[in-house]
Design a protein around this ligand. Sequence first.
Ligand SMILES: Nc1nc2c([nH]c(=O)n2[C@H]2C[C@H](O)[C@@H](COP(=O)(O)OP(=O)(O)OP(=O)(O)O)O2)c(=O)[nH]1
Length: 147
Amino acid sequence: MSDYPTVHSKYSVQVVGGAIVDSLEKPTKLLVGQRSAPEEFAGRWEFPGGKVEEVESAHDALVRELHEELGVAVRLGSEIAGPHDQGWELNEKAAMRVFFAEIVDGEPEALQDHAQVRWVKLDRDILELDWIDADEPIVRELLNIAL
Ligand SMILES: Nc1nc2c([nH]c(=O)n2[C@H]2C[C@H](O)[C@@H](COP(=O)(O)OP(=O)(O)OP(=O)(O)O)O2)c(=O)[nH]1
């Protein structure tokens, strides 16, 4: 028996999302994805990304997801840190860590999970998009950092 405390993660599902910008150094545009599924999120806008698999780091998972979903290779930047070490709460079971990212190869296409992806000007008007509810505080923090 070990005396070490067991480390419990508060959220059993770890999601990662990419705040993909045209330039990590001087961002002026953000790539947003409109989900096609599941029904509860269809039509809502989000940060492209997905669930971290058991044997992956958050960074590796995000690079993999963005390649699978959009067909692009990215370089990751800093984290849009949330209130938890697992990032931002999505629901009682899931939290999402969000990292800035810049495309280094490929043209983003809606290959998986998205009805469309779109570049939008990075200003306060992006708050008007119909984001997944849980993403709103993340978008506000993104604007605080980037503007
Ligand atoms: N990618 C992403 N997921 C989000 C965001 N906001 C939010 O609540 N979610 C939720 C939706 C999903 O329940 C979950 C992410 O799951 P996903 O379906 O994108 O993950 P995945 O690609 O690994 O898919 P799966 O095959 O395991 O279902 O997080 C967001 O901005 N981006």
